[in-house]
Design a protein around this ligand. Structure first.
Ligand code: SAH
Length: 260
């Protein structure tokens, strides 16, 4: 997919990062500056407020993604349209549904996907380096994926001992999926396994907690739909200075080859 340069009638699906504007890419900022119409849900548009001056803004609500994709494609026939998505648009975001709707239509417009910092990277960066090598990402939302399939995937990824990032760990509609996931994790990982809970990463009300698999139940009430959870793998350890917990490190293996 080529990068678009202000052609008449185009669609950009823009990942706007986890929260604060300085976590957006320069490319994302440029594309939004060049857009005539910006479409997104309220939370994301709020985040972009100063960038919306002079633009036509179309607000959509959560759960209306298909409709939003259809509107964006239709308008992109004649205008430069940007549809915004939190974090990375291709990770549990708007990119796939927009491309699917376009694939099924007979509309042919230039389209591009602009990457953004996804929650896994944002959360990891706030606690050190827990995702230094292989890791897995899984969403506990059963809105589009049946819970039986999510459980099967959790079994598979926890069984191989790599760090696991949980998106959508909890919401009012599914309060128990997180504890189900922890029950599966305990089958394969020790109680000492470090866990990071990062709520609202790079937003005003950011909250960071570091605990262990053995203690995680005590944090149950702190976990919500704005939280990303990182469960360490078998090599992951807590980084301490005296009694202070400084963060989480998953070593890449340099210590086996070098003295430092
Ligand atoms: N496309 C987004 C993910 C959307 S799924 C991305 O790439 O980041 C929504 C989930 O992402 C939330 O339930 C939460 O688990 C996670 N998330 C998104 N933004 C976050 C943030 N700023 N801090 C912590 N978690 C976040």
């Amino acid at each position: 997919m080529p990068l678009l340069d202000n052609e008449k009638g185009s669609l950009s699906i823009v990942g706007i990062g986890p929260g604060s504007r300085d976590q957006m890419t320069v490319r994302a900022l440029k594309v939004l500056a060049g857009a005539e119409i910006i479409i997104g849900n309220d939370t994301y548009l709020e985040q972009l407020k100063p960038l919306l001056i002079g633009k036509q803004v179309i607000r959509s609500s959560m759960g209306k993604e298909v409709e939003r994709a259809q509107v964006a494609i239709k308008l992109a026939n004649t205008h430069n349209v940007a549809i915004v998505s939190g974090g990375d648009a291709g990770v549990y975001g708007m990119a796939s549904i927009v491309l699917e709707v376009l694939e099924r239509s007979d509309i042919d417009i230039p389209i591009q996907v602009i990457p953004g910092i996804t929650a896994a990277n944002a959360a990891a960066s706030r606690v050190g380096s827990p995702l230094s090598g292989d890791f897995a990402v899984i969403s506990l939302s059963d809105l589009l994926t049946p819970i039986e399939i999510i459980e099967k995937r959790l079994e598979a990824i926890f069984s191989i001992g790599i760090p696991v990032v949980l998106y959508n760990p909890k919401s009012r509609g599914r309060p128990h999926n997180f504890s189900k996931a922890m029950t599966i994790a305990r089958k394969y990982l020790s109680n000492a396994t470090p866990i990071a809970l990062v709520k609202n990463a790079y937003r005003e009300d950011e909250k960071i907690m570091i605990t262990t698999l053995g203690e995680i139940e005590r944090y149950d009430n702190s976990i919500d739909m704005h939280t990303t959870v990182i469960i360490g793998g078998i090599e992951t350890r807590t980084w301490r200075k005296g009694t202070d917990v400084k963060g989480i490190i998953t070593p890449r293996g340099y210590h086996q080859k070098y003295v430092y």
